[in-house]
Design a protein around this ligand. Structure first.
Ligand code: OAD
Length: 257
């Protein structure tokens, strides 16, 4: 793996002892798979205007443009592979009695890496639905065409993602807020912390006594709320944290038996 950085005694302690761990991921966790982020210098919002592509008004005004942009993104994420960060997070799921993985990403890479349960706050690009009757069109059922398609009811089929100005899925948000409020360790990974309500989750965790750690190559808008920030790529850091946790948990199991 080749990564060397030192895990702080506080983080090590909580990795070894935590009953409940909560993780929030953003676009940065998929950057090393080749999926562009949004707000980095080469990110999507540097090239495209979100108000022309990621709002209900934009879709109503130009369904073909919006559908073709999402088709392009869907093809792009289908062509890449989960990276070592996604794989490590899948491994974390069995390390703690309670582990909650929350993502703002729509790229499906956590599930493809083997994470058993992923709470998707902004939807999933693989899923589409009718904008009028809500009939779902999952996976291959979604038209691959770059031209927007009609549902059998006559409505437009739209990407199953959350657009600016839309509400997040209620149940996922509830699960996320509860997990943040009831964890011992919260990891905020690869997110700029600029989009709410996702960005409030680490703050909820901190307010309720969790140890809160950011893993991000740059400082984020919420770095100041962290107990510590690890300024390295997530595909480097997460496998090291997983190995460390495994070693701690195995040794405590063998001493208690
Ligand atoms: P952003 O593009 O805003 O932020 C990505 C973050 O990842 C930045 O803070 C980078 O420094 C960091 N980063 C880049 N490469 C990294 C790496 N290898 N390891 C760790 N960190 C890295 O993406 P999000 O915060 O996910 O919403 O954006 C939140 C939401 O804004 C998205 O879900 C999307 C967007 O508009 C909607 O489309 C509704």
């Amino acid at each position: 793996m080749g990564a060397s950085f030192s895990i702080s005694p506080q983080l090590s302690q909580v990795l070894g002892a935590a009953e409940a761990v909560c993780v929030l991921t953003g676009a940065g966790v998929s950057a090393e798979s080749g999926v562009p982020t949004f707000r980095d210098a080469d990110g999507l919002w540097a090239k495209y205007n979100p108000y022309e592509l990621a709002t209900p008004q934009a879709f109503a005004a130009n369904p073909d443009l919006v559908w073709s942009w999402y088709s392009w993104r869907r093809e792009r994420v289908a062509a890449v592979q989960p990276n070592a960060g996604h794989v490590a997070l899948a491994g974390f799921a069995s390390m703690f009695p309670r582990f909650t993985l929350i993502t703002q990403n729509v790229d499906n890479l956590h599930a493809r890496a083997g994470s058993p349960e992923v709470h998707e706050l902004h939807g999933n690009i693989e899923h589409s639905r009718c904008a009028s009757c809500s009939l779902p069109y999952h996976g291959d059922a979604a038209p691959r065409s770059s031209i927007a398609q009609r549902c059998s009811c006559g409505g437009w089929i739209r990407p199953g993602v959350v657009w600016f100005g839309e509400s997040l899925p209620e149940r996922e948000l509830l699960v996320a807020r509860e997990a943040a409020a009831n964890c011992a360790l919260f990891l905020s990974i690869g997110t700029s912390g600029q989009v709410y309500p996702a960005a409030e989750l680490p703050l909820i965790a901190r307010h309720n006594g969790a140890y809160v750690v950011e893993i991000n190559t740059e400082a984020s808008a919420i770095s100041e709320h962290m107990h510590e920030c690890i300024a390295l790529p997530s595909a480097t850091v997460l496998p090291v944290l997983l190995d460390h946790t495994r070693a701690l948990r195995n040794s405590s199991r063998s001493t208690s038996s």
